[in-house]
Ligand binder design. Sequence first.
Ligand code: SER
Length: 314
Amino acid sequence: MQKYILIIGACGQIGTELTLALRQMHGGAHVIASDIREGSENLMETGPFEILDATDYDALEEVIAYYEINEVYLMAAMLSATAEKFPMRAWNLNMNTLFNVLNLAKDKKIDKVFWPSSIAVFGPNTPENSTPQNTIMEPTTVYGISKQSGERWCNYYHNKYGVDVRSIRYPGLISWKTMPGGGTTDYAVEIYHKALSEQKYTCFLEADTELPMMFMDDAIRATLELMNTEPENIKIRSSYNLAAMSFNPAQIAEIIKKYIKDFEISYEPDFRQAIADTWPNSIDDSQAQNDWGWKPKFDLEKTTEEMLNNLATN
Ligand code: SER
């Protein structure tokens, strides 16, 4: 059977790179990008694109039937900082899109689903170092509540209806191709842009706020590896812990200074500090390592080199 893939939220930070990677693997015509707005030139030119509001079940079903889609990556979501400002909009977007996709899979209109979860599922009562796969969660943010609920529903649809849904709890993601939007970990991308353009950056988190992070190439590879794993090897149908590196703003600033000697960081924590304070410092991803052989390639040094080189030349 021919494989046709739909990416929902294809113009976002993860969606853009995921779409391009999938088009490389399967050919542009097999990977349909969709979003509520148009995206980068590269994305628009390399394969089909549909304007699609995935909270609209009928519109989604129509696109899936038209392109004979069998696999869906649901990357549309409102992230943690924005969700605190618009709780109901975040809940409706994050949950209704998921229900629409899970119900299409339950009704056998698609075969396979990827849905991203996040370190935001953890909360202030979670062990903060080497956070285990199974532990106290109790998220306190709107975004975290939606992701934890989503995880429970993914697990439920798998157990009850046999839906092949797979998920990763992404750490903060760092990329040079597309900006993140409305997250608490966004500082780790902004800092590279400002380091190059102004040689200084005012950080919205405190110097010692350590968070789990990952370079986008690792995140995309992890996603594709999980989706290519034989179903019987996937033991977790809520969402897998995934790790690559952990650092705080002072540490990333130190490494940037090796490349840009005059770089200066200052700190003006805002409401995002309270969100970051409830998230883990580091993540234990041994289950992902054991079940599907996960291994990261990018540490903070390598990420910094990639970010500064690519941002300086692109
Ligand atoms: N990076 C996201 C955020 O900061 C977490 O998934 O909201």
